[in-house]
Design a protein around this ligand. Sequence first.
Ligand SMILES: C[S@@+](CC[C@H](N)C(=O)[O-])C[C@H]1O[C@@H](n2cnc3c(N)ncnc32)[C@H](O)[C@@H]1O
Length: 244
Amino acid sequence: MAGFDDPAFYGDRWAGVYDEHHAGMDPAPAVEFLAGLAGDRLVLELAIGTGRVALPLAGRGIAVEGIDASEAMVARLRAKPGGESIPVVIGDMAQVPASGPFRLVYLVFNALFGLLSQARQAECFGNVARVLDPGGVFVIECFVPDLARFDRGQRVQARAVTEDSAIIELSRHDVAQQRITTQIVTLDGQGTHLRPVALRYSWPGELDLMAQQAGLQLRERYGDWDRRPFDSSSRGHVSVYQRD
Ligand SMILES: C[S@@+](CC[C@H](N)C(=O)[O-])C[C@H]1O[C@@H](n2cnc3c(N)ncnc32)[C@H](O)[C@@H]1O
C-alpha cells in the first residue's frame, strides 16, 4: 500500500509538526467526558497519536491503552512524560488489534473518517464491539459534513499569513465517494511543505446504522464534549454507543 491507503501515511507525514499545529486544541473537555465513562476499568484509544487525550486521561489514574498505525506518532507520545507507561500496539484501528475487554473505547477528532471507505469504518465498529465489555461504550467525535464549504467540489482557504510565511488549505470534495482530500501547504523561508489529509466522511445516521450492525446502540449524542444539545446547527457530534 502507498499514499492515503497506507494506514501509517497520515501519521508518518504529520508526526514532526502534529503537536505544534494542534497546540490550540484543549483536550480538557474530552478528558472530563471520557473519565466519567471509564470508571476504574480498562480503556482503549484508537488512533492514539501523540497522546493529546490519552496522556491527561492516564494522568487521572485511568488505565489507558492505545492503537496507532504510525510508529512516528507513537515515538512522539513515548518521548513525553508518562508516555512510556501507556501500552500501544502499532496496527490498523479498523482491525482493533487488542483483546480487552474494555469498558470504554474512544476515537476522537474525526479520526474514524481516516478510514477511507464505508466498509473500513463498519469493520472498525464490528471490531470495537468484539473488545467491549457487555454494557461497555464506544465514544466517537466527528464533524457533521458541511457541503456548503465547497464550491463545485473545491475550496481554497488562507489559514494564516505572516510577514514570513503563509498557510493555505487546498481541498477537493468527491461527493460520490464522500471523500475530502486536502493539502495544507506552508510556504516559508525554508520552502514549500505539504501536509496531506484524506477523510471519508459519514453522516450521523450512517454511523448509527454501522453501529447497529455491530451490535451497538446509540445511547447519547451531544453537539460537543460539554454536552450541548445536538441539533441542526451542530457542526460536530460526540456520540456514545453501547454494546448490547
Ligand atoms: C488526527 S490524528 C489524532 C490523534 C489523537 N487521537 C488526537 O486526538 O490528537 C489521527 C491519528 O490516526 C492515526 N491513524 C490513521 N489511520 C489509522 C489506522 N488505519 N489505524 C490506526 N491509526 C491510524 C494516525 O497515525 C494519527 O496518529
